[in-house]
Unconditional design. Sequence first.
Length: 446
Amino acid sequence: MQPLSRRTLLRGAGTALALPLLEAMTPGRSFFARAAHAAAGALAPLAEPPARMLFVFLPNGVEPTTWASALGTALTPHVGHYSVMRGLCHRNAEAQLDGPGDHARSAACFLTGVHPKKTSGGDITAGVSVDQVAAQALAGRTRFDSLELGGEATMTAGDCDSGYSCAYSANISWRGPHTPSGKEHDPRRLFERLFSMGPAGESTEARERRVALRKSVLDALGPATTSLRERLGTTDRRKIDEYLDGIRDVERRIEAAERFAQDPSGASLGVTIPEGGPTTHTERVDLLADLATLALRTDRTRVITLMLANEGSNRSYPEIGVPEGHHEVSHYGEDATKRAKFAKINEWQAERLARLIATLRATEADGAPLLDRTMLLFGGAIADGNRHNHDDLPVVLAGGSGLGITHSGERIAPPGTPLCNLYLSMLDRMGVKTARLGDLTGALPL
């Protein structure tokens, strides 16, 4: 039987799904076959799996006296898979005679390393972000050169921070100096974008009718899945089943969130939706994170950004006992109650990171944990949320062991080292060469 191509897709009406690495794609490469062929000098090297980047943005800074403890507690199961990066800064997020506006500058500077022009008009100016440097260099290798996601909707106009455009506060990915990438915050739209459900130009009404009638994206792939399984051995069949079950699980959670939004009581479902159900910000962020994992696993893209919320966000977190606004409690001053609630939001953020690392570790891609060839950077461009300083930023780098990155708990750079120096090293692991990115001064050893 002819081996399956690594680029084999399951195709159905309106969708196509990439496959995980199967034994059928590398015939004769079991342990015993590899040993025999290697001894005979007949085994060709396997193609190197792709490298990936995932940036997760933490808005509004952290409560400095509790952040390290919260992070350490959440990441205890992942010791050896991450490093806390110390000493990194973003000088271009500072005022530089532009006055107030640290939140807008911080988001715009986070991945670009560029001081944004102070304007609330259409003449916004920042810089090309590190994710887009990678996306442009790798253009055409995956269906989406990059994906931009966020827990809150994107904005492109208006004054959100002391004369700075909302485009700065709501976007960390910039395709060009004047062009923020925008982002997707709706899990359903993201799922359908990833799997091409529905025709181009489909109206909102037609989409709603189709969603109401369709049970699952996997229904369209049923015949192709059956045909494929007949060609596979027992191990590959189990792997395909686990893979498709994972996709269906995400889809069910999206459907539950949609039903809950239409009927919060759960009466129409015949079930009782527990408090803190699927319309919480937590559920939205976790769904987006799981879809990001799915996109990387299926090689839909190799470059993703995810904003936990917009910079300067004043959303509340009632599911963790913080009904006050995030931005409000971040300016705690001498108020111990506000400070404690800000710390609770930080704990929630650390837990989101821990959950994402666990998911990437548990997800197999190319015969190894997805995390091994994924560089996950988590952080923001404000350190103390109360002071708005931009030095010794809260930054964590996880994953990438398969790309030669080793982790040692804390990595301490000389004070004032540009965060862009770390980005340059990450680009190098992606096979992307550049001499210019914000205020970089040289690669940071990894």
